[in-house]
Design a protein around this ligand. Structure first.
Ligand SMILES: [Zn+2]
Length: 289
């Protein structure tokens, strides 16, 4: 059965009148965070990668949002504003990429540079410098010689440094081995801690954002653990809870919206403005979920 999230995505994809023109912004004091994964071209006759966009889709989505008046902010700036209780404008949005694929450098960075869009790349630290497919990769072509390796391989440390040196990209932690922490809460602290230390030592970073793999927030991610991980440099913890980030919300539970290949700038705007969350919650209510 399709989930309320899938149904809502279909609705915003096919709504004949753009929601933005008819509904008020439901997230006036909130900003939103977008989540991407792989950026690579489609290869004729081969299965498309899950969780991916083409460079052109990335460019059209981001350029379209900028044309509509949205502003791309770096994650550390929204963190700083929220920390100082300064209002973040509701047209601000943040771009993130999960897993740390080399394709983020090859195909993502040129788009970010062209549009001057800052982004955070959340790296699976055990995969850095390893020339092999991610164990978590669901794409049948991962590891295949029928597609260029840069479509499925991780960044090397040098490539991650190139992203940093671009001045547009911040690196974040995404655990050491890409585990679903909600399913294995006993490894939460060691997984996050190891990834923070790896990034800090390799790239001389002190302040490091974190994103949960699979959005899995473990039950033991409590204030005491957060305090210990903050000491190790963690500045925030992002989930995949698809909702705008309201004022006063703890940065250790900020949600993100997936940007799918089927999204356009208009459907992403429906997410940033809170319409997607409103409709999905209405579906959930109707279905008693
Ligand atoms: Zn991931």
């Amino acid at each position: 059965m399709r989930s309320p999230g899938d149904l809502t995505q279909s609705l915003i994809n096919y709504a004949p009148v753009p929601l933005r023109a008819t509904l008020p912004n439901c997230a006036t004091e909130a900003f939103s965070i977008l989540m991407y994964h792989r950026v690579c071209p489609n290869y004729k006759g081969l299965p498309r990668c899950p969780w991916g966009v083409t460079p052109r889709q990335l460019s059209e989505q981001l350029a379209g949002l900028l044309e509509m008046g949205y502003e791309a902010w770096p994650l550390n700036r929204v963190l700083e504003y929220r920390q100082k209780n300064k209002p973040v404008p509701s047209n601000a949005f943040v771009v993130t990429f999960d897993d740390g694929y080399a394709n983020n450098l090859h195909w993502g960075l040129p788009v970010l540079k062209e549009l001057n869009v800052p982004a955070t790349v959340f790296v699976v630290t055990s995969m850095l410098d390893r020339y092999e497919p991610y164990p978590s990769d669901e794409w049948q072509m991962a590891g295949s010689s029928r597609v260029p390796a840069k479509t499925w391989v991780s960044l090397t440390s040098d490539q991650a440094k190139q992203l940093l040196d671009s001045g547009l990209v911040q690196l974040g932690a995404h655990t050491h081995t890409h585990v679903n922490l909600a399913e294995t809460p006993q490894v939460t602290e060691v997984e996050i801690f190891t990834s923070l230390v790896e990034l800090s030592e390799r790239f001389d970073l002190q302040h490091i954002p974190f994103a949960f793999p699979y959005g899995g927030v473990p039950e033991n991610f409590d204030d005491a653990m957060i305090a210990r991980l903050r000491n190790a440099g963690m500045t925030c913890a992002l989930t995949t809870q698809e909702a705008p980030v309201g004022p006063g919300q703890s940065p250790f539970a900020w949600g993100r919206f997936t940007a799918h290949r089927t999204d356009t700038a208009t459907t992403l705007a429906a997410k940033l403005d809170g319409h997607y969350t409103l409709l999905r919650d209405a579906w959930r209510k109707v279905r008693g979920q």
